[in-house]
Write a protein that binds this ligand. Sequence first.
Ligand code: BV8
Length: 231
Amino acid sequence: MQTLPNVVVLTGAGISAESGIQTFRAADGLWENYPVEDVATPEGFERNPQLVQEFYNARRRKLFDPAVQPNAAHLALVQLEQALGKYFLLVTQNIDNLHERAGSKNLIHMHGDLFTVRCSWSGKEYPWQGDITEQDRCDCCSPPRRLRPHIVWFGEMPLEMSRISTALADCDYFISIGTSGNVYPAAGFVQEANLAGAETIELNLEPSLTRSRFKQAHYGKATQIVPQFVN
Ligand code: BV8
């Protein structure tokens, strides 16, 4: 007899903002200096791999800054996971490692992550800590081929979508934190949760593009509203 609710949490760049990680679409956001099509599409990578590698190398290096640490919102989600165990799933659009460093375990990086690279041909994945350079090549092809960030770019299929859809179909609560609702399929998850009859909650600094689809919403900084909501 299941007594605990099934909870799916979706996070976006806003949950990492107070840890010092830039969001995408704020005035000083990441896309400000880099047009999306240049750095977050396969075509952009084909056109200028060095630019794209540097865009992600810089974001990976930032995560080694001692000032960049998981914040109270990341930690509140770890507490929630500890209370719910296998009935909790965290899906993040973020490619930073702050959820892992906070202690999250049931975690899906649906847009990939900065600490994995892959062969641009075979898709073989490699754990990676440093910069990717033009000299770095795979060990699975002959001749060895270029490595690319294990990141989901526009026009590419997000990761673990069937696992996410199954969890949304079964969820009792869907909580969206720190995302603007610009990017699909993540922005459509609230609809899937509504169809499942779940209670849908938006926790954000300001109303997202999909605000009208949530049954409830609380606005403010993640480090304040997420611990309040979880406890
Ligand atoms: C797909 C890479 C299909 C990783 C990213 C034409 C062609 C192809 C596809 C499309 C198309 N038209 C539309 C699409 C679909 C497209 C899409 O949605 N486009 C949008 C722009 C219209 N989606 C895709 O292409 C996806 N793939 O559809 O594949 C397919 C099917 C079959 C087979 C093959 C393919 C792929 C989407 C993934 C793209 N990759 N980035 C990286 O560089 O990080 S998207 C990028 O945006 C990031 O991943 C990021 O996670 C994501 C969402 O942004 P947010 O996290 O929401 O960040 P944002 O800055 O926008 O907002 C931050 C929020 O936080 C704000 O609301 C702010 O108020 C709040 N906030 C700020 N501070 C705080 C705070 N909240 C609380 N506290 C604070 N302190």
